[in-house]
Design a protein around this ligand. Structure first.
Ligand SMILES: Cc1cc2nc3c(=O)[nH]c(=O)nc-3n(C[C@H](O)[C@H](O)[C@H](O)COP(=O)(O)OP(=O)(O)OC[C@H]3O[C@@H](n4cnc5c(N)ncnc54)[C@H](O)[C@@H]3O)c2cc1C
Length: 393
């Protein structure tokens, strides 16, 4: 640590090279800190096919000088539409009022492109692979990550960005929290853009029977698709039968949904049982800060999990840069700034998930009816309030 208590010359150990860990690495490097990122895998491959970076996430990337880079790989999502399962339009509208309200367009993006962009910005050679963190020790001067092979890394701060199954969450909380099943399975992947699926510049969703089918344009002429089906936990499935199962779950649905199931490549389709973790009471312990899904594992129903990881990265770096009492104090300020924000996202996403996926069938039916009278203002109002409540407004 440098003169007069300012937190300069810090060395930061980041565990996890997902979008949270890499964005933290970029922000911390830009702040002038020495950063080492470690991941347990031998080869980095993103989980999932696509992701919607809402404007709050994009604003963080803009702040880090990556605005043009994300614009280059992001899809042009200008409109949004909901259809019922038979293909009747429920509501369709331009997203321009949302963009005007928040000051930045969202970018749906293929996950491999996003990971490539972040790795490029951080420096792929600086990510140390095949290092599984199995322990942490800290005292008043430093913090040390212990890896499976017995090696260690010591620094001033440890960023725990080890994802939804975080082992470091248990270290910070002093207890292990179980992830909770949200009651539905999500298949997702990429397909080539074509007008018989959806307009090339639109996010299109089909809803009915507590299920959803969605198509969203990411860059490189592809749609990111997902199909949601409420199912008991542990339902057996395999890529060989994905299409057969999906044809049966979506029997009688509109032609574009049938075409989507026909065209998807099951060997490149992900199937995930959706879980979350109830909001955490604490995000830090001494010199260790939880970041991304490690600190707030949410259902994807607001499309905000990754965006919150980007917000975390910016806020954590900002407190280390701008306060000068101690690392522990800066981390406490990070926790105070982030705890309610991320708890709100986790809670609201779970509520949204319940309505969408028929936890109470009457409420889901009410939502389907509401969509028929929606002109876009309620949907865009809710999205813009979430965006504007972020650290960059
Ligand atoms: C179906 C689905 C759709 C989603 N859609 C959206 C969306 O539209 N918009 C959005 O913003 N978010 C979305 N999300 C959420 C988003 O994917 C996550 O919030 C985000 O990927 C979390 O990033 P992370 O860096 O925290 O964790 P991860 O990306 O999971 O990275 C964690 C990393 O830590 C490593 N690791 C784990 N344990 C150890 C260890 N012990 N030692 C070393 N390394 C370790 C892992 O190998 C991994 O690389 C979605 C999620 C799902 C499941």
């Amino acid at each position: 640590m440098g003169a007069e208590g300012v937190l300069d010359n810090l060395k930061v150990i980041v565990i996890g090279a997902g979008m949270g860990g890499l964005t933290a690495g970029i922000a911390l490097k830009q702040a002038g800190y020495q950063v080492e990122v470690y991941d347990r895998v031998r080869e980095l491959r993103p989980a999932g096919a696509g992701i919607s970076l809402w404007s709050n996430g994009v604003k963080v990337l803009n702040r880090l000088g990556l605005g043009q880079a994300i614009a280059n790989i992001g899809g042009q999502m200008n409109r949004m539409a909901y259809y019922d399962m038979h293909g009747e339009l429920l509501t369709g509208f331009s997203l321009q009022p949302l963009i005007d309200t928040v000051g930045q367009r969202p970018y749906p993006v293929a996950r491999t492109d996003l990971q490539g962009m972040l790795l490029n910005a951080f420096g792929a050679d600086d990510v140390r692979l095949n290092f599984r963190c199995v322990g942490v020790e800290q005292d008043e001067n430093s913090v040390t990550a212990i890896f499976e092979d017995g090696s260690t890394a010591t620094g001033d701060v440890l960023v725990a960005a080890d994802g939804t199954h975080s082992f470091l969450r248990s270290y910070v909380l002093g207890e292990t929290l179980e992830r909770q099943y949200a009651g539905y399975v999500n298949w997702n992947g990429l397909v080539s853009i074509s007008e018989d699926l959806a307009p090339a510049d639109s996010w299109v969703l089909y809803v009915g029977e507590h299920k959803r089918a969605s198509l969203m344009p990411v860059g490189s002429d592809q749609f990111y698709f997902f199909l949601d089906v409420p199912l008991p936990k542990g339902t057996v499935s395999s890529p060989d039968t994905y299409q057969e199962e999906l044809f049966s779950f979506f029997k009688g649905w509109a032609a574009p949904v049938q075409t989507l199931i026909q065209r998807l490549d099951p060997t490149k389709t992900n199937r995930i049982e959706i879980h979350d973790v109830p909001p955490l009471q604490t995000l830090v312990k001494g010199r260790v800060a939880l970041l991304g899904d490690a600190g707030h594992s949410t259902t994807p129903d607001l499309g905000q999990g990754g965006c919150q990881a980007l917000e975390d990265a910016l806020v954590l770096t900002t407190y280390l840069q701008t306060t000068n009492l101690s690392v522990e104090d800066a981390l406490q300020r990070y926790e105070a700034a982030r705890k309610d924000r991320v708890a709100d996202i986790v809670t609201r996403a779970r509520k949204r998930s319940d309505v969408t996926h028929g936890k109470d069938a009457a409420k889901t039916q009410e939502w389907y009816e509401e969509l028929k009278t929606e002109d876009g203002s309620n949907i865009m109002g809710a999205i813009s309030r979430t965006i504007l409540a972020g650290p960059l407004g």
